[in-house]
Design a protein around this ligand. Structure first.
Ligand SMILES: Cc1cc2nc3c(=O)[nH]c(=O)nc-3n(C[C@H](O)[C@H](O)[C@H](O)COP(=O)(O)OP(=O)(O)OC[C@H]3O[C@@H](n4cnc5c(N)ncnc54)[C@H](O)[C@@H]3O)c2cc1C
Length: 477
């Protein structure tokens, strides 16, 4: 055991007894983006914190991902961000999104907020773990969390490591175990506001390969998208000019898609992948839903994928996971200092998420609901008919569209002809965008304490009813 080890044994392991108990201020389950930022923040605040990660050290950081980060993703300043960038940002010159249109001309959408990046996800994950360790968090690899300990509040977790049972006692458990986290099946959330309205149909199943091409690709400055059936997309993201992350996903409320075969078929149509070498293959589920309405219960907080902190239209979850992990640990630090581990004491974390990226992701979710109620072919036809600058407006990340844009679509001679037959859908899209703006305003008024939560949720659900009525979509939640 290292001298500076934060957690300490409260019972030594007798020779034949395989159960040990360890105690610390915060236990973080999962050593991904959210877990590392949570642990690094807590350690920087002087707390005893342990990350429990089921993988071994060599596999740490090996996580299925498209590897793309939009804009100048700013990570919380609790790790050495320059080191992270130098080590793992392999392509920092993504200037555009290239949309491959199976029905016509491709579209280029230039990035307006500066270049994006593609990373080496494994190295990125390793650096986060290294940095969490450097600033004082303890990392327990090979440690699979199987249950939670609770007595009116969550008081720790039970885990297995190399056949040994270990109980971890902590003031606060941070659940950073990713999509469909097992911890949420174990906690008794009765009497708390924690969002249990979670179903597999609100997730996407995704798969990616990292492929080395014999020659540099032409799109090393672009992230490339191509629509697939069932409202999914294929992507080609260049980590370098000849190392491409290629993948795809489908919504789990739609019929399953044979991901490996669909990717293989598409790769075969693309000349740059002739004689290419597949270096890595990995798949996983990711949330394509709004963030959890509340991700706290007494002694318990969920962060990142475990709380739906992913942009539901793009699948981008790294920036949200980093912020959420950081904020959760900041709020947990205060709660521990005050000796109050109640839901109210942890509530500020919910508020920070919902009034920041939470409102944007909730608004983007409306477009998923709208899109899911229409045929992909119709949506593709509409996109095909639109001039580039209108598409930029429509695909803006602000989650809103102006009436001006809708009017231009109808009155512009060329687009009017091309979009004829789809005006009803376009107008519906415009109405959805209005509702998205209203929804964001509701999220701006997310309550500052759990007491006002039910009333707030009632207002939000009333707006969602309008969305379902307008689109004819089935209720997602
Ligand atoms: C195929 C795919 C492509 C994606 N592409 C992008 C992209 O291009 N850009 C982007 O920003 N986002 C992308 N995402 C989403 C992004 O990867 C996630 O949002 C992000 O990794 C979430 O981080 P996290 O820390 O919450 O969870 P994770 O990264 O999933 O980390 C969870 C960790 O918890 C550990 N764990 C789980 N259960 C236990 C347990 N019981 N005990 C101990 N440890 C446990 C896991 O081993 C893992 O290390 C993609 C996701 C997928 C699946």
């Amino acid at each position: 055991m290292k001298a500076e080890m934060w957690c300490f044994f409260i019972s030594q392991v007798p020779r034949r007894q395989l159960m040990t108990t360890e105690t610390c201020d915060i236990v973080v389950v999962g050593g991904g983006t959210a877990g590392c930022f949570a642990a690094a923040t807590a350690a920087q605040n002087g707390l005893d914190v342990a990350i429990l990660e089921r993988k071994n050290e060599e596999e740490g950081g090996h996580i299925a991902c498209g590897d793309a980060i939009k804009g100048k993703s700013s990570f919380p300043d609790v790790i050495d961000r320059e080191y992270l960038r130098e080590e793992s940002f392999t392509n920092q010159n993504i200037q555009r999104a290239l949309f491959i249109n199976p029905q016509g001309d491709n579209y280029n959408i230039p990035f307006q907020d500066g270049p994006g990046s593609v990373i080496d996800r494994k190295r990125y994950g390793e650096v986060l773990l290294e940095e969490a360790d450097r600033v004082g968090a303890e990392i327990h690899y090979n440690t699979v969390v199987t249950d939670v300990k609770q007595n009116g509040r969550v008081t720790g977790v039970s885990a297995k490591r190399n056949g040994h049972s270990i109980d971890y006692e902590a003031d606060i458990v941070i659940d950073a175990a990713g999509a469909l986290s097992i911890l949420q099946d174990k906690v008794d959330f009765e009497g708390s506001t924690y969002d249990t309205n979670v179903d597999y149909s609100q997730f996407c199943s995704a798969y990616r390969e990292v492929i080395e091409t014999p020659e540099p690709v032409e799109y090393d400055d672009a992230i490339v998208f191509k629509p697939t059936k069932e409202l999914g997309y294929l992507w080609y993201f260049p980590r370098t000019e000849n190392e491409i992350n290629a993948g795809l996903g489908f919504q789990m409320n739609k019929p399953p898609m044979p991901l490996v075969d669909v990717l293989k078929d598409d790769l075969e149509t693309r000349p740059e992948f002739k004689n290419a070498t597949v270096k890595d293959k990995l798949g996983a589920a990711l949330p394509t839903r709004r963030p959890y309405d509340s991700a706290v219960a007494p002694g318990f907080m969920s962060v990142g994928d475990a709380a739906g902190h992913v942009n539901p239209t793009t699948g981008g979850g790294i920036p949200g996971a980093a912020k959420a992990g950081h904020w959760a640990a900041e709020v947990a630090t205060e709660a521990i200092a005050d000796g109050d581990l109640s839901e109210s004491a942890l509530w500020e974390y919910n508020w920070r998420v919902q009034t920041d990226f939470g409102k944007r992701f909730a608004a983007m979710d409306l477009y998923n609901i709208f899109g899911g109620a229409h045929e992909v072919d119709e949506l593709t036809e509409i996109v095909t008919a639109l001039p580039g600058e209108m598409l930029v407006d429509l695909m803006g990340t602000k989650g809103e569209t102006s009436l001006d844009l809708f009017n231009k679509l109808k009155t512009g001679l060329v687009t009017a002809v091309k979009t004829r037959g789809h005006w009803g859908t376009l107008y519906e899209g415009y109405q959805v965008s209005n509702l998205a703006s209203e929804l964001k305003a509701i999220y701006d008024e997310y309550p500052t304490s759990p007491e006002e939560f039910e009333a707030w949720r009632g207002r939000r659900d009333a707006l969602m009813d309008e969305v379902y009525e307008l689109t004819g979509a089935e209720s997602k939640y």
